[in-house]
Ligand binder design. Sequence first.
Ligand code: NDP
Length: 485
Amino acid sequence: MTYPTQPTASHFIDGTYVEDSAGTPIDVIYPATGKVIARVHSATPAIVERALASARAAQAQWAAMTGAERGRILRRAADLMRARNHDLSVLETYDTGKPYQETSVADATSGADALEYFGGMAATLAGQHIQLGQDWVYTRREPLGVCVGIGAWNYPTQIACWKGAPAMACGNTMVFKPSETTPLSALKVAEILVEAGLPAGVFNVIQGLGDVGAALVTDPRVDKVSLTGSVPTGKKVYAAAAAGMKHVTMELGGKSPLLVFDDAHLDNAVGGAILGNFYSSGQVCSNGTRVFVQKGIKEAFLTRLAERVGKAVIGDPMDPDTSFGPMVSQRQMEIVEGYIARGIAEGARLVCGGNRLNRDGFWLQPTVFADVTDDMTIAREEIFGPVMSVLDFETEEEAMARANATEFGLSAGVFTSDMTRAHRVAAGFQAGACFINSYNDAPVEAPFGGMKMSGVGRENSAAAIEHYSQLKSVYVRMGDVEAPY
Ligand code: NDP
């Protein structure tokens, strides 16, 4: 690799980089060119063992530090990430193919937000005092122990921080396994945390395919598993964790609705639909990929949408002017092409895009289908690529019923100038993260997570603390014990 931020080995364990070339080699491919830019090795059983042993050994001492001490380290790491945002963003762009225009404002920065937020919260974690006459109960908020984080490939830096920051704030240690498609960025997060003063073993990163993830999830030393991934993987990981009665957070996929009413501000609605479908080339779990547009505004919406999508700057992801990058991998590109072909075969009207670009790497055009109906494959299944489906509707009641008629429940959005309707619609959505006259904002202050098949638990916000800690209650009797015999 030729760029300055290159991690120096495959794994990061017990405070330092570790290599074990006996592991299966994993080529790291730059999606914009299709060229191999690095190689890491999948964790061998010996590496898995070292990571878990290190996390286990470090946990008690880490938990014994005060929240203020733990928080200071996390906040220092946040400052380092911000100071190195350029280099980290370049690395994230190599890892994922996402344009620098995005990575420089959305990846290391949102990771730093999480470290800063939960670092600040660490000192505030406390139990309760409950008076019971002369007796009393107090509660202690205690860490779970060793947490395993397993990441998807779309936001490798952010996912490592969204899981690691609340876990560490609560006094847990973590073994994090990135997706094998994007193995680099999480290593830099681990390196920066140690530079900020994190004790060895508190945050470890090991590489591997699903089998490494499965070995982590089933290990009896692990107390909690947090996965970001697809619903099928989530079902497997949830079941494996249940066998050991482990805590879980599941951040899974979606097929989220975005409702645009006749009275919506046209350009804002079009902008929301663009952000909710084409940011990160559509590889975002919370995307609003079913865009329901009321009949009165439909033609104006489609015309303006096609005009604005035509202005996407597709090109070198390192060029700050580029606003649309490649798919993460050949495989993902082919999956999405398959869905585009299904859309055409099932009778959807192609408004724009639909083709691969004739260049090296994994490039697809931003694609819009109109006249999509609820039964079409592209309206039912998660595509995880730059494919927007526009569906017509007439009444609010009809749109709500159709919006909720899905097994998923991650996100949902509404564009309207009628605020009473906006709140009624938001209340009616069966989804964990909803938006009014906006789409896909994910500030660390707001809970994030899915309903129905889109997952369990919440990341970010104070709600995440509930998923990385447990309450112990201690009853204190002040008088004598009265036993019956
Ligand atoms: P996958 O579900 O294929 O994989 C997710 C992670 O789980 C990867 O690190 C994978 O390893 C690992 N894994 C796979 N099988 C197992 C197993 N049996 N036990 C333990 N770990 C396993 O998702 P992708 O990486 O392909 O990401 C895309 C999917 O993630 C999309 O469906 C998207 O909706 C979802 N997603 C959800 C988000 C959310 O917050 N709700 C955010 C981002 C993505 P490996 O890949 O190395 O095999």
